[in-house]
Design a protein around this ligand. Structure first.
Ligand code: ZN
Ligand code: ZN
Length: 80
């Protein structure tokens, strides 16, 4: 099982990968980002897509993040 370095989110060690992914997305939404969705309504997790890095992206500010690395700045979304 891959361990993601998302230690800034409390209680992560008890979470499944799906729950961690959800916590990562919630953190982004809390910062005002609006995540790009797939046609079926699920979050598109290949907006950021480079080698083994992949993760969601924001349709307002065009930023994207790798949910494996788990690095998110605490700045709020700058998009309109
Ligand atoms: Zn944004
Ligand atoms: Zn990465």
């Amino acid at each position: 099982m891959r361990i993601w370095p998302l230690s800034y989110i409390k209680g992560l060690s008890n979470m499944t990968i799906a729950e961690r992914q959800k916590a990562f997305q919630k953190k982004l939404e809390d910062l005002g980002h609006v995540l790009k969705l797939e046609d079926d309504g699920r979050v598109d997790i290949f907006v950021c897509d480079c080698d083994y890095h992949n993760g969601p992206g924001c349709i307002k500010c065009d930023e994207s993040w790798c949910h494996h690395c788990g690095h998110i700045s605490n700045e709020r979304c700058k998009g309109e």
